[in-house]
Structure formats: C-alpha cells, structure tokens
Design a protein around this ligand. Structure first.
Ligand code: A3P
Length: 288
C-alpha cells in the first residue's frame, strides 16, 4: 500500500494514492466487462455503501449472511482500486463492482456491454457536507479546513474524484448509451426503501418474495448498517480512518445540508448549479 499522503493524478483528476495507482486506474479503463456484471456508479458520499448493501441483499434474496460476514469492499470492490484484480480472482459467481470514475473513462469499456449499471446520485449540498465530514476522519484525504474553503474546492471540482457536476452530467446524460442502466437517487432510496429495493430487484432480474423483501429492507436500513462492522468501516485501522473524528454512518438524512450551509452559501451554490448544469436538461428529485 502506498503512503497516505500521496495523490495520484489520472486524466487530470486526483485520487487518494493509498488506494489508487496509475496501473490500477489503467486496469479500470481497460476493464473487460462481462454481461453478467453489475456495476454500481456513484460520486463519493452519494449512497455507494447503501447500494452495495441493497445489491448484495437482493442477490442473496434477503439473506443477511453475506452482508454480515464479508466487508463491502470484498463483495463489491472498487474497479479503480489496486486490490480489485485479486478480489475478483478469488470471487465466484456474477461479479458486483463499484466505481467513482467519470463516464468518459469507462465509456469504451462499457461499449456494447450488457453489464447492468446502477447510477446513484444525491443532492450535491448533502454530498458536500457528507464529504466534508469524511475528510475529517479519512486520513487519506487532505485536511479540509473550514467548511467555506472545502465548499469552494467542491464547487470548483478541486477535490479527489473530480467535479460532482461533471460526474453526474456525464453518467446521467449518457444513460441512452448504456444498454442496461438504472438511475436512482439517495432521496428515492430514503423516501421509499422498499420500493427502491423492488426497482433494484426487477432491474437485476432477481424477483423477491414478500418476506425476502422485508428481510432485505431490514438489512439495509440505516440502523442495521450503522451497527454492521462489515459496512460501517470500523474494520479500517485507526491510522487510515480516525474513528474519534466521526463515524462513516454519520447521519443518513436528506436535506440536512441546511444545518451547515449559510443562506449565502446556499444561494451561491444554486447559482453555480444553474450555470454548470445549463447545458443539460437533467432534472433531479431534490429540485422539486
Ligand atoms: P451522511 O454522511 O450524510 O450521513 P458513501 O457510501 O457513498 O460514501 O455515502 C455515505 C453516506 O451515505 C453517509 O451520509 C451515510 O450515512 C449514508 N448512508 C449509508 N447507508 C445508509 C442507509 N442505510 N440509509 C441512509 N443513509 C445511508
């Protein structure tokens, strides 16, 4: 593993160097997808871990054994992180992969593929707040300083994994170029978890009985996941995540950005949002 303070730059985007190398990023770009693969795509802090849990529970027909015994990164590894090839070599059955990469880096690899792609997005104001708190505890991310500084960097895309705006526009506006694509938001999952699980199960062509659905719903509730060491990141050693500075399963709410953003920051963010998204016709649930 590389040093925690190393940054990897690939295609103009910065990545934490303890998990990413030039080789691992190249591996992702050149990846050979299989038609049976499921790929979970998110910008960080948008509900990645939650969707990993939903996909696992749906595939296991609500049986929590796998989610309670195998860490999320071992059952749905990040394609661009250095350990991915080893995890895949050791795994059996249909593969579940995760990525934070922008669409343009995976467009060639996905061309003509029947792999199932699930894209999860979240209100960017809540993403910014969640990411800010994550920077405080994750020692592989730069010290964020005051929220106002972090927010400026976030808006400029000067954070690891690049611009939220570019990532969301890239994937959402290319939905028609991906054969099997499901777009869902954190807000929809939060407002209707059971309905969201049904959408995922029908997309994965894995229909669940009512009691299996109920068990899956319980397994991916915030309260269950917060206590589950396989997904709450308490397995990650203190030198990589300082658990005294916060918890990974922090609040799990929608619209909680109001408790961090000032009115001025919110208005400025709305202006930036309008101008950066002006070239797209995308409309999101959090805009209603
Ligand atoms: P908060 O920091 O706002 O609490 P990611 O997995 O993409 O890094 O996203 C982490 C965010 O998803 C955190 O948000 C975390 O609490 C939230 N989250 C994870 N599981 C959740 C669940 N079951 N229900 C609601 N929110 C969840």
């Amino acid at each position: 593993m590389a040093r925690l303070d190393v940054t990897e730059i690939f295609d103009g985007i910065t990545f934490p160097g303890h998990l990413h190398t030039q080789d691992s990023l190249r591996y992702a770009v050149d990846f050979k997808f299989e038609d049976t693969d499921t790929l979970i795509v998110t910008y960080p802090k948008s509900g990645t871990t939650w969707m990993q849990e939903m996909v696992t529970l749906v595939s296991c027909r609500g049986d929590p054994l796998k989610t309670q015994t195998q860490p999320n990164w071992a059952r749905a590894p990040w394609l661009e992180q250095y350990y991915c090839p080893e995890v895949l070599k050791a795994s059996q059955g249909p593969r579940v992969l995760t990525t934070h990469l922008p669409y343009h880096l995976l467009s060639t690899a996905l061309q003509g593929s029947k792999a199932k792609v699930i894209y999860v997005s979240r209100n960017p104001k809540d993403v910014a707040v969640s990411y800010y708190h994550f920077h405080k505890m994750a020692k592989f991310l730069p010290e964020p300083g005051p929220f106002s500084h972090f927010l400026s960097d976030f808006v400029e895309g000067a954070v690891h994994y690049g611009s939220w705006f570019d990532q969301v526009k890239g994937w959402s506006s290319n939905a028609g170029n991906i054969q099997n694509f499901l777009c869902i938001t954190y807000e929809e999952m939060w407002q209707d978890l059971r309905g969201s699980l049904q959408r995922v199960s029908s997309f994965l062509q894995c229909p669940l009985l009512e009691e299996e659905l109920t068990s899956a719903e319980k397994g991916c509730s915030f309260s269950t996941m917060r206590e589950n060491s396989m997904v709450n990141y308490t397995l990650v050693p203190e030198e990589i995540m300082d658990h005294s500075k916060g918890t990974f399963m922090r609040k799990g709410k929608i619209g909680d950005w109001v408790n961090t953003f000032s009115e001025q920051q919110s208005l400025r963010f709305d202006d930036v949002f309008a101008s950066k998204m002006a070239d797209s016709s995308l409309k999101f649930v959090w805009q209603n």
